[in-house]
Design a protein around this ligand. Sequence first.
Ligand SMILES: CC1=C(CCC(=O)O)c2cc3nc(cc4[nH]c(cc5[nH]c(cc1n2)c(C)c5CCC(=O)O)c(CCC(=O)O)c4C)C(CCC(=O)O)=C3C
Ligand SMILES: [Fe+2]
Length: 362
Amino acid sequence: MSGAGASGDVGASGDVRASGDVDALLLVSFGGPEGPGDVLPFLRNVTRGRDIPASRLAVVAEQYHLFGGRSPLNEQNRALVTALRAELPGLPVYWGNRNWAPYLTDTVAQMAADGIRRAACFVTSAFSSYSGCRQYREDLAAAAAAVGDRAPELVKLRLFFDHPGFVEPMVDRGVAALADLPAKVRSDAHLIFTAHSLPLAQARASGRGEGAYARQLRATAAVIIEGIERITGVRHPFDLAFCSRSGSPGVPWLEPDVRDRLAQLAAAGAASAVIIPLGFVSDHVEVRYDLDVGALERARELGLPATRAGTVGVDPRFVSMVGELIEELRRPGGVRRSLTGLGPWPADCPAHCCEPLGPPRT
Ligand SMILES: CC1=C(CCC(=O)O)c2cc3nc(cc4[nH]c(cc5[nH]c(cc1n2)c(C)c5CCC(=O)O)c(CCC(=O)O)c4C)C(CCC(=O)O)=C3C
Ligand SMILES: [Fe+2]
């Protein structure tokens, strides 16, 4: 997980901080267990200080054990690091996680030891929410504070939910998932865009208290629908559904659950469905379990033909998007591609953005 390439001699070309440039890229992700013994300590890391019942943790632990106690997420991130190094020759690429090794603090310590002064941080989360944006900013700040004076400045790249480097690969994945349906039900398919459920209070507080999470998801889904129509000639009906709800049953979370939405569609006589995991950028446990096991099994029970689209993974357009986002930092006022009316999302979050309790009411 240490950096590759020349990095120690930034001082020779002047102060990278003063120039507004960056001398490294830090990939920031969630982290996942690497073997059966890691599962419980990982889950304790994820849920520290959270109101998640022990019974829910036992259920989630079983899901990880179905995959041998290893989340596919780490392999995905290793593949992304490899692809980013090839895309960005000369820029050292580091990787650190919130919940499992390589931990952000250890990575930032390594960056300091390597002489890195100012790093662009690419977080593997496209949408505004506490978990997906603000909490990562807090993690970065905590890692820098733990490392101390020698820590590099850590600059988070903007959210990329409506960047063509994310949207275009998702269009292709939607088209491929449609092609997996039996031909006679294909053109009537209903598209369900899924994302991680959130406590309603957190969903409402996302952005500057304007419910940005669901708005960004819906706007991005709409441009993906248009992209699919350009390729197939069919404008499919679509909506949003959520997966991976946890927390106390008494606390309201974003709904509908994807399984309930499938049941509603089947009851309404829908011909078929395609599930598009918009809220995640790789096929990790929440995709492979909640969607491939939970949702696709429910569709089979319902007799509803259904397929699941891939995630963006290491699509070359997605990898080069990271390079574009770094250029946005290096050249303020330059091109900032975005495809919805909500973007390009600002790189700096205003005060109270995505705070769990939302902005103070006056
Ligand atoms: C918005 C969002 C993203 C997308 C943005 C981003 O990528 O960050 C995301 C990603 C992920 N969530 C993941 C795993 C888990 N999330 C949990 C719990 C929670 N997630 C939440 C939200 C999100 N989660 C929330 C509001 C909770 C409740 C507790 C809390 O408020 O924090 C729990 C605890 C057990 C449970 O409750 O399910 C686990 C194990 C994995 C790794 C998968 C793998 O290992 O393959 C990934 C990528
Ligand atoms: Fe999660």
